[in-house]
Design a protein around this ligand. Structure first.
Ligand SMILES: [Zn+2]
Length: 210
């Protein structure tokens, strides 16, 4: 009896993809193997992949089946053998660690980062606005000009999304959230609760660098 759910839980899809020769970049993106992909369109999530170009979607067993031209059952057998799931052979790699943040917590963090970033930029817009014509513009004022509209747009999008859309939305915008987080840190606007959880955040927003 093959338990696809058990495989999903025990095998890190990204690790498997890389072990089988797929190049996954820092953002968790790879060139899709379901269509002729010239730029990475396929995103690796915690327990599934999704291609934003062709819509291909599935778990680690689907991915393995496609990569090696196997049926789903054959792919599951291969994964069990390669990752030592049957218990008969020692695993080639350690099972993946449990996720630290729940989906709900992740959404809350995303809101926190966005909110604080917007508040900071609104402050910058007022506090560092030029008072004289010809005065060189303060970099913080420029930052607010460049970033505020887009950050507010992201906030609205996040607010208007359903629960399910939020997870995808946050994953798709991780580089943006990381920049906002770094910016908050740089200007000393990071709220204490975020400083404490920096390690968690890095792990969840950054994933492991390939
Ligand atoms: Zn695709």
């Amino acid at each position: 009896m093959i338990d696809f759910e058990q495989i999903r839980q025990l095998v890190d899809i990204r690790q498997a993809a890389e072990m089988y020769g797929l190049e996954v970049n820092r953002a968790g993106m790879a060139r899709c193997i379901f269509h002729g992909d010239r730029n990475p369109s396929m995103k690796m999530y915690d327990d599934h992949f999704h291609c934003y170009a062709c819509g291909a979607h599935g778990d680690v067993t689907d991915l393995t089946a496609q990569m090696f031209g196997l049926t789903k059952n054959e792919a599951a057998d291969k994964l069990c053998a390669d990752f030592g799931i049957s218990g008969s052979s020692p695993p080639m790699i350690a099972p993946k660690r449990k996720r630290i943040l729940s989906g709900r917590e992740r959404v809350q963090r995303a809101f926190d980062v966005l909110t604080d970033y917007i508040v900071m930029l609104r402050e910058f817009r007022v506090m560092y606005a030029p008072t004289d014509q010809g005065e060189p513009l303060d970099s913080r004022f420029i930052l607010s000009l460049q970033q505020l509209d887009y950050a507010e747009y992201l906030w609205d999008e996040l607010l208007d999304s359903t629960e399910n859309e939020r997870a995808e939305f946050i994953s798709a915008n991780i580089p943006q959230f990381r920049r906002y987080y770094d910016s908050l840190k740089m200007y000393g606007h990071l709220r204490p609760s975020m400083q404490k959880t920096h390690t968690e955040r890095t792990e969840n927003y950054g994933r492991k660098a390939g």
